[in-house]
Design a protein around this ligand. Sequence first.
Ligand SMILES: [Zn+2]
Length: 251
Amino acid sequence: MSTEKSLALVLRLVDFSETSVIATLFTRDFGKIHGLAKGARRLKGPFESALDLLCLSRLVFLRKSSDALDLLTEAKLERRFRAAARDLSRLYAGYYVAELLDELTDDGDPHPELFDFACETLAALDTGPQPVSSVLMSFELSALRVLGHLPLLDQCVECGTEMNGSGRVAFGMLAGGVLCARCRPGKPKVVSLSGAAWQMLRDYAQSDEKRPSGEPDRRAYGEVRGVLNQYLSHLLGRRPRMHEYLGVLAS
Ligand SMILES: [Zn+2]
């Protein structure tokens, strides 16, 4: 057993007893962990209010070597997620970020880049001027990219032919990317995208600040939403829970 420290985002909390909780956290240095926090529900304690949902906290924990839960010993609040004070869709958008981090990452598999981007995303939902649709699309595609699930968009996923986006583009859900006219026939679960929607996917999938941040074009966004929703549902094996609550994710 070793004592570890890391910045961590609180993804999920389950009551364990009257005063204790089991927390799922996405840590910057150790990836996703599950830990028991004894006395977390006491007002005065080693956690105070640093273990609320989506808090960014400085965590100290004892790492267990086996399947046993880690033991959280201390947490200090760095930043609270306050989007609920702004509007409900921003709060739900935060829950959606937590859901994706929880569902798409494996225990003990750190991704500092994704951690930092998740913190930026929550800050943008909290106080930023960007619309929720745009913030979430950036997060979804970045998470897919960092975790190695980003669909191939520039070339046919089967034969490597460069796509130029003139006319409609075929996107294969199961193939994991776009398909040229030659490779498309006979493929299951293929969606036809307009050139504008294909370009939007590419723009938001960029790894740097060139990503757009304004209000996305409505028609293209509707198409992109449809593709992302199906693609994520396919990846998770079910529809993400928060899609039901977030109108902006409807397709
Ligand atoms: Zn092809």
